[in-house]
Ligand binder design. Structure first.
Ligand SMILES: Nc1ncnc2c1ncn2[C@@H]1O[C@H](COP(=O)(O)OP(=O)(O)OP(=O)(O)O)[C@@H](O)[C@H]1O
Length: 329
């Protein structure tokens, strides 16, 4: 198990990471989401023993992971970090980049495992090319193949799917879940993409200005976000003030300025419901996102699979009071 205890990293006056504690358990995927600059990469780098913490410590199975200033070769043998920049060796082929991770293994196993990884990661065709001769997605897949080659105990991934097209994204998501399950790997992935985090992770943390501001199961955090920031970080959401509840035919919150959130999928089309006008329609493939204006001050986003709706049309909507969640300021 990898544990972080009150990790802090300062860059001048900026606390890139501030008092973050977490536990990464074998066989589990934890996801961290946060805005750009919220400290995700810095936290990963400290967890991997590649950046010195100003305060706090990292422990792997109870033993302290030293920072780079304390060792000759920074990093830890059981912890792999896949960076956003991949850090491939530029002058050797894709195949040799992966083989390097297995240099301490016996040759026949090494060759077998590299072939297996090239196939799994769909790199067989480009295995003899240099990193600069392959696409961004192929580089990213090479970096992931290299990281998982010797089945590390801890896998830290910084935006692992950012350069992958949709089919490859789905393949890699399954590959990751398989690896974690079968090899009992503990995996932490940092991402901007909520759908990766919600569908892959057992637990989800929200980072804001270097602090872990919410932590829970993906379902809990999605359905019960603590703040407007956590709500927006985890998917499309309507944020409204309590004083506008009467427009929705609801009542019940004392403070009129209190913030409430309502996910688009909680709003149903219903001819007998509140009347509103469609202001915009966005085709999303499996469904439409629709902006419905209920008053001068309230316009809600909802989802529908109906193909017959048009901008300007009057429609009825229904909102169940229990689907509205009060946020902290
Ligand atoms: N070497 C550095 N020197 C000074 N400031 C830094 C350094 N590295 C990061 N920072 C600052 O620390 C904060 C956190 O940066 P970090 O790269 O960890 O964020 P991030 O969440 O990974 O961002 P992104 O999603 O854009 O990659 C930012 O304000 C960043 O500008």
């Amino acid at each position: 198990m990898l544990e972080a205890h009150k990790l802090t990293k300062l860059f001048g006056p900026i606390a890139a990471v501030h008092g973050v504690s977490l536990k990464l358990e074998p066989g589990n995927v934890m996801a961290l989401v946060g805005a750009s600059g919220s400290g995700k990469s810095t936290l990963l780098s400290m967890l991997a023993g590649l950046t010195d913490a100003d305060e706090g410590e990292v422990r792997l199975n109870g033993e302290r992971v030293p920072g780079p200033s304390e060792v000759l070769v920074p990093g830890h043998a059981d912890i792999r970090l896949v960076h956003q920049e991949y850090q491939l060796m530029p002058n050797v082929s894709v195949r040799e980049n992966i083989t390097y991770a297995l240099r301490f293994f016996e040759k026949s196993y090494r060759e077998f495992r590299v072939d297996e990884l090239l196939k799994l990661c769909r790199l067989t065709e480009v295995q003899d090319r240099l990193p600069r001769q392959v696409s961004g997605g192929e580089k990213q897949r090479t970096a992931i193949a290299r990281a998982i080659a010797d089945k590390p105990a801890i896998l830290l991934l910084d935006e692992p799917f950012s350069h992958l097209d949709l089919p490859n994204r789905l393949i890699f998501r399954d590959l990751l879940v398989d690896l974690v399950r079968h090899e009992n790997t503990a995996c932490l992935l940092v991402t901007h993409d909520t759908s990766d985090a919600l569908s892959t992770a057992n637990s989800l943390g929200i980072l804001r200005d270097g602090r872990l501001v919410q932590f829970g199961s993906p379902k809990e955090v999605y359905r019960r976000p603590a703040t407007a920031y956590a709500a927006r970080m985890t998917g499309p959401v309507n944020i409204l003030k309590a004083k506008h509840l009467p427009t929705l035919g609801l009542s019940g919150v004392d403070n009129p300025e209190a913030l409430l959130c309502l996910r688009p999928e909680q709003i149903q089309l219903d001819d007998t419901g509140l009347q509103g006008t469609i202001r915009a329609l966005f085709f999303k493939g499996s469904h439409y996102e629709i902006d419905v204006e209920l008053s001068r001050y309230v316009c809600l986003r909802m989802l529908s699979t109906r193909d017959d709706l048009q901008v300007g049309q009057l429609i009825g909507v229904k909102i169940a009071g229990e689907s509205i969640w009060k946020l902290q300021r």
